[in-house]
Design a protein around this ligand. Sequence first.
Ligand code: FES
Length: 165
Amino acid sequence: MKRREFVNFVGLGCIATSLPVAIAACTPAETTADSTADSPDAAPADVPAADVTAESMDSSVREDGFAALGTVSELDSAGFLASQTFVAGPVIVVRDPANAEDIVALNSICTHKGCSVDWADTEFTCACHGSTFSVDGTATNGPATEPLSSYEAKIDGDWVLVKAV
Ligand code: FES
């Protein structure tokens, strides 16, 4: 092989081997993390509890530390009130099935891997991996083992109030 042929052969080899690297370097990075913070192996898509709040409601924190989440009529109509953006954190409020006069407010983030729980008439369910929680937040079926944390909540007139601070 002549010198010129050898140099051309080596030069072509360098280009051929470095081209895929150069293309990969110019390609935008692939996102592997699930931006919803839900488990990547979650079977169904996370269906967060809908924000069910009055549009004209004053949700600012009152002097007593409570903030309005919605109205009683909205709670009774939908069966729950929920907000992912409540000032104290994600919250879901339901009437206590054992005593309809009482309301229960829990953090709506599943303690397993962070999906939102939904209310299913008598218990909270997480669609991601099937965990269930009793109305007081106790994990009743795994994989979640830790309870949902609770908020203080009350009804004041037609307002459903949740302790915000
Ligand atoms: Fe896994 Fe809720 S995130 S059961």
